[in-house]
Design a protein around this ligand. Structure first.
Ligand SMILES: Cc1cc2nc3c(=O)[nH]c(=O)nc-3n(C[C@H](O)[C@H](O)[C@H](O)COP(=O)(O)O)c2cc1C
Length: 687
């Protein structure tokens, strides 16, 4: 067969093992880790799903190698006694039985021990160790490791590697990036030692070399060792890409793959996990540069999900392997889809950080677009229905599309009716925002999946009780969505007040094309050094938004929607004020996305006015009341982003339209895409 992405599909020999293709699953912290540090059943399912999806290697993260000095995070795998081997063996088996290479990440977080611990008392009682004495950003003291402790930790890496091999893992990843312990030794910022582990680079790599040598001695020749490093620490005082190349050169003789990630948890979380505000593949240039300096295969990671872009990375020689983290949570089947020339069916990661935000809050994992994540064994796999039914889905937004697709995949006869002339619902509004484009395209992907699953899609078809009665479905999913709330305050005549939908769905905006995110080419690799957001003004649809508003704008409502609108307008060169009643912006954003969004707003120069109640819109702008008194925020255009209201009445009218009726998504309660997808998926599973 002719493959659409031939280079991504090529096997690669690494040591004694063969990667079946070039697409690997990044280490992703698991969900249920039992009190003794062993993986629970959901963890097994969590990793197995990506092995089944076709990844060449699936790396289990993070195995604490030395619990005595790495009190570590709230959830950590630990393999400190051979008595714990069984649970790890089951996980390795679950990965291998689907043809993937089972790998495990050997980790020591050094001074970051306990960073993500929810139990603050426990965290405060931990002792954090690093190469040098210091103070962490959260104020906790860090103690320099003594030489005896270093030797113990080196031996612990080897011990863990040996145990992992015994449990059936066929490869190990040594975590030397992201600011973790080995990275701390490599870094001139953290490592202030004056002994043979500090100072010049040949000393700073000593700890890494000792670890890798000890692991190699333990696992023997031919057993692949993958070194995960940050190509650059990406902050002033840390090592840069030039030094990253020297580090790779100094370590390559001991490893089989150099896996180039980016950044440090000290700063720049959104570099290590490129946020939606960064270009896809913004870290690839780091791998591409390191690849010029080493002979072993090089892997790249960060914001990758597009098969055409990944194919180009491999075919142009920027990297030999592409590694995906969040993209494989969103769609574990990416490698299988690439192999089967079904790349257009990939459900892309939104880079919304739901996956990372959920664990500290509920101690589970979730994915906005893949409801099975963290719930792998809860009967949510799409399975054929026992009895074929006629299903009517009302509404073609994200909830309706997911419900229709899942129901059709289960073998039901599904009709989806959408009142508008286009599918996508609220996702259509994301179109002109370059940083939300993956979300806009999600609607298109689900529409394609529905079409291929045989859903009968009827546009311009509103459904009321009479229509439904006549249609007589066995089951009905009411996914009629929500609409923007109107401004409940006086507005002087002649002042333009627009909802975000008025703006984003305006005919001139809809007519403007969206700038395709350019697939990076080898020639352009150097120019990615900007780590940038694509220039919004270069995007015709975004630029068309600019033409609809004056030079100074007030956005009323500083929730996620208002903040994103303010950011777009500020990036388009407008002077933007946000007026928010509560005492902070984007309070509805998740705890990982919010600080990144707030940093983007500050960077774009948005004037943030919190604790501000809008009283009136006048010809001069918006009069707000703040604790300091009344003031007018000047504006030629006012954007109303005060929230959504369910189309509850439309949904209620359908409650008796079929034996099985389920109201899902915004129609039930305006919330977020995670809930809409989750509810719709389940509704379809329950039919
Ligand atoms: C939910 C989640 C958990 C992660 N856990 C780990 C981990 O335990 N160890 C690690 O080295 N990296 C971890 N990472 C980082 C990923 O391996 C990867 O480097 C990062 O997400 C960037 O890749 P992506 O843009 O493809 O997601 C995690 C990322 C996510 C999203």
């Amino acid at each position: 067969m002719r493959r659409d992405y031939p280079n991504l599909c090529k096997p690669l020999q690494v040591g004694r093992v063969t990667l079946r293709n070039r697409m690997c699953s990044a280490p992703l912290g698991a969900t249920d880790i039992l009190a003794d540090g062993t993986p629970g059943p959901r963890t097994l399912g969590f990793y197995e799903m990506r092995a089944k999806g076709g990844a060449a290697a699936v790396t289990v993260s993070e195995l604490v190698v030395h619990p005595d000095t790495d009190g570590s995070q709230m959830l950590k795998l630990s393999l400190s006694t051979p008595g714990q081997l069984g649970a790890f063996t089951y996980v390795a088996d679950a990965i291998k039985r689907h043809g993937a290479i089972a790998s495990i990440e050997l980790s020591h977080s050094g001074q970051y021990a306990g960073t993500y611990m929810v139990d603050k008392k426990k965290k405060g009682a931990l002792c954090q160790y690093g190469p040098s004495d210091g103070v962490r950003p959260d104020g906790l003291p860090v103690k320099a490791l003594e030489q005896g402790q270093i030797a113990d930790i080196v031996a612990a890496y080897a011990n863990a590697a040996g145990l992992a091999k015994r449990a059936g893992f066929e490869m190990v990843m040594v975590h030397a990036g992201h600011g973790w312990l080995i990275n701390q030794f490599l870094s001139p910022y953290f490592n202030k030692r004056t002994d043979e582990y500090g100072g010049p680079l040949e000393n700073r790599v000593r700890f890494a070399r000792e670890v890798l040598q000890a692991v190699r001695d333990e696992v023997g020749p031919g057993f692949p060792i993958e070194l995960r490093m940050s190509g650059s620490e990406l902050f002033d005082g840390g090592y840069d890409l030039e030094e990253g190349c020297r580090i790779a050169e100094a370590l390559e003789d001991l490893v089989d793959i150099i896996h180039v990630s980016a950044g440090s948890y000290q700063f720049g979380f959104s570099m290590t996990h490129p946020s939606m505000f960064r270009d896809h593949g913004c870290n690839v240039h780091l791998a591409a540069e390191i690849k010029k300096h080493v002979k072993v295969p090089v892997a790249t990671v960060g914001g990758l999900s597009d098969p055409a872009q990944m194919e180009e990375i491999v075919s142009s020689g920027m990297a030999d392997i592409v590694v995906m983290g969040r993209a494989l949570l969103a769609d574990p089947e990416i490698p299988n889809k690439v192999m089967a020339n079904r790349g257009d069916e990939i459900v892309k990661c939104l880079r919304c950080f739901v996956c990372m935000a959920e664990r500290p809050v509920t101690q589970t994992r979730r994915c906005a677009v893949n409801p099975r994540i963290g719930r792998e064994f809860e009967g949510m796999a799409i399975a054929p229905a026992a009895e074929k039914k006629r299903v009517l889905v009302v509404g073609g937004g994200v909830a309706g599309l997911v419900g229709a697709w899942v129901a059709a995949k289960r073998g039901h006869e599904v009709t989806l009716c959408e009142a508008q002339g286009e599918l996508g619902g609220i996702l259509r509004s994301e179109r002109p925002l370059p940083f939300k484009r993956d979300m806009f395209r999600l609607g298109q992907t689900y529409a394609l999946l529905c079409e291929r699953a045989g859903v009968d899609i009827r546009l311009n078809t509103p459904v009321d009780a009479a229509f439904a009665e006549k249609f007589a479905p066995d089951a009905l999913i009411a996914a009629v969505g929500s609409e923007p709330m109107k401004l409940p305050i006086p507005v002087q005549e002649d002042v333009r007040v627009l909802t975000v939908d008025d703006l984003y769905l305006a005919p001139s905006v809809a007519a403007a094309p969206i700038g395709e995110e350019a697939a990076p080419s080898a020639k352009e690799a150097d120019s990615w050094l900007s780590y940038g957001t694509t220039e919004v003004s270069e995007d015709p649809a975004a630029a068309a938004v600019a033409d609809l508003v004056g030079d100074e704008v007030v956005v009323i409502g500083g929730g996620l929607t208002g903040c994103e609108c303010a950011l777009l307008l500020a990036r388009l060169g407008k002077t933007v004020h946000i007026a928010e009643m509560r005492d902070g912006l984007a309070i509805d954003a998740n705890i990982r996305n919010r600080p990144i969004l707030l940093a983007e707003l500050a960077d774009a120069g948005v004037d943030e006015v919190v604790n501000a109640r809008a009283l009136e819109v006048t010809a001069d702008g918006v009069v707000v009341e703040t604790p300091e008194g009344q003031r007018t925020l000047p504006a030629q255009t006012v954007i109303c982003a005060i929230g959504q209201r369910s189309r509850r009445a439309a949904a209620d009218a359908l409650l008796d339209a079929a034996p099985f009726v389920r109201v899902v998504g915004d129609a039930r309660r305006p919330a977020n895409i995670t809930l809409a997808v989750y509810e719709a998926w389940h509704a379809a599973m329950d039919i």
